[in-house]
Design a protein around this ligand. Structure first.
Ligand SMILES: [Zn+2]
Length: 489
């Protein structure tokens, strides 16, 4: 999830995402786990809350199908272990397009199609290297990785004095005299008091996204940013940054938190410490790529669309298992489950594998552009892009009436541990739909371990728990069912 910007959104999650304890709720009992639900299921006539009983039977059927016969874990195994990290423009990203297209076709969607879009093609090059160069105690190698979109260092690497700061505001205070000719080390740590870790990410990520150009404005020659995580370990976390064309493009990398602590300690005893790093990343010409889309046609309101999706591309240091393989296989699992149970949605459901969320969101923009071009009425969109952990709730957008309506379904979700509907955000890929009035909804799994893996070599299949992944898929299936059955107004 979330290469960049939605700072406001992320912060609002932290503000509004309260920490309700499901154990204290009066959760209604789930309907009998053994209730058989077979054949073609068409929702009973609208008119909630009278349909509570029918809907809770449907929720149980969706959960049982996924928990007993789910395929999302094996889809994720293939995506992670057979295809691997899927950086936009790479052969792996192309393989993921073909794989998910074939899976969707095999599941029997009414239609499956690709949406062509041109995508950025940035490559990392050889493994990056870095050293802390002290004046008294020799050199220390540290783990770094280039930030997405960064330019390379000169061949042989870049060596310069390094200066530590912990906020962007400090750049202005230090000014050109304090910064020119130096490497700037952004060491702003995650706020450990943020209970929802996306709140801490939202506060810290501007250093990574905008820091390099803000430092370049004052004459910096390179930047190093502390990795975006609560964890103290030796994995550097990549992620996108954005150059401001008004200033020279300088190379920028992330350093592991262990490396950041070492560098910080060294700088407190020796202000003349230098830093050396070498990176050979490059931006190649744009490539052709695709969103992959499947559709189940609505039986009553085929012209009203509910989109569910995640992003197919990932950073390539790991396998993109949590980010966002989980969202992709949640989406495939919902399609599989609706077909397996013979559910015919009243409104059309689109299952979308978005391309290029991590370093450009071109697929998301293409999807919204085509929706507008074809005058499609997208009433709601759900994104799963916060990992494959146990689902805890949904961020819900829309106007007051729409939020009230959707939050009114909460009791149906409580038996499945999904209890928090207080957040207000959707996801980066569905955001471009918002300006045409689409209600944004984001699956919010437990966030405590997400940033242990996010954008690192550690984001691998073995970090995803099968049952937690399936529960997330069940949550998305339930929300998709309710939106397709009752709409948003
Ligand atoms: Zn993601």
């Amino acid at each position: 999830m979330k290469n960049h910007i939605p700072l406001v959104g992320l912060i609002s999650i932290s503000l509004f995402y309260s920490c309700n304890n499901p154990a204290t709720k009066n959760a209604p009992a789930a309907s009998n786990a053994n209730t058989p639900v077979t054949g073609n299921i068409v929702a009973s006539a609208p008119g909630e809350p009278n349909n509570y009983k029918a809907d809770s039977v449907m929720f149980r059927a969706l959960a049982n199908e996924i928990l007993l016969h789910g395929k999302c874990y094996s889809y994720l195994d293939y995506l992670s272990n057979k295809i691997g990290g899927r950086l936009t423009g790479s052969p792996q990203a192309a393989a993921a397009v073909e794989y998910t297209y074939q899976v969707m076709e095999s599941l029997g969607a009414d239609t499956v199609f690709k949406q062509e879009c041109m995508v950025p093609h940035w490559v990392r090059g050889a493994k990056e290297t870095a050293k802390i160069l002290t004046t008294q105690s020799g050199e220390y190698s540290v783990n770094i990785c280039a930030l997405g979109r960064s330019v390379a260092t000169p061949e042989g690497g870049l060596t310069a004095p390094i200066i530590e700061i912990d906020s962007l505001a400090q750049l202005k205070k230090l000014g050109r005299s304090g910064i020119a000719g130096k490497i700037v080390f952004f060491n702003g740590a995650f706020d450990e008091t943020e209970i929802m870790t996306f709140g801490a990410y939202g506060k810290a990520v501007a250093q990574r996204w905008a820091g390099p150009s803000m430092a370049s404005k004052y004459g910096a020659v390179g930047t190093v940013v502390r990795s975006m995580t609560n964890a103290l370990d030796d994995y550097p976390h990549t992620g996108a940054m954005q150059y401001n064309d008004s200033f020279p493009k300088i190379p920028c990398c992330a350093i592991s938190t262990v490396g950041a602590e070492l560098l910080h300690k060294q700088l407190t005893v020796d202000k003349n410490t230098k830093f050396h790093f070498e990176m050979s990343c490059a931006t190649l010409p744009d490539e052709k790529s695709y969103n992959v889309v499947a559709e189940l046609k609505g039986t009553e309101h085929p012209d009203q669309y509910v989109t569910i999706g995640g992003h197919l591309d990932s950073w390539e240091l790991g396998q993109g298992a949590h980010d966002d393989g989980a969202g992709i296989v949640h989406t495939l699992e919902v399609l599989r489950t609706f077909k397996a149970l013979g559910i015919k949605p009243k409104r059309t459901i689109r299952f979308v594998m978005f391309m290029n969320e991590e370093n450009g969101t071109r697929g998301a923009m293409k999807y919204a552009e085509l929706a507008a071009l074809h005058h499609e009425n997208h009433i709601a969109a759900i994104e799963s892009d916060a990992g494959g952990f146990s689902p805890r709730g949904f961020g819900v957008g829309g106007n007051d009436t729409q939020r009230k309506k959707i939050r009114g379904w909460k009791d149906l979700f409580l038996p499945y541990g999904i209890y928090d509907f207080t957040g207000g955000e959707g996801g980066t890929d569905i955001e471009p739909l918002q300006k045409s009035g689409t209600v944004m909804i984001g699956l919010m799994p437990d966030s405590q371990r997400y940033f242990d893996y996010h954008h690192t070599a550690a984001d691998t299949f073995d970090k995803v728990n099968k049952r937690e992944l399936e529960l997330g898929a069940a949550g998305v299936a339930m929300m998709a069912y309710m939106l397709a059955t009752y709409g948003v107004n």
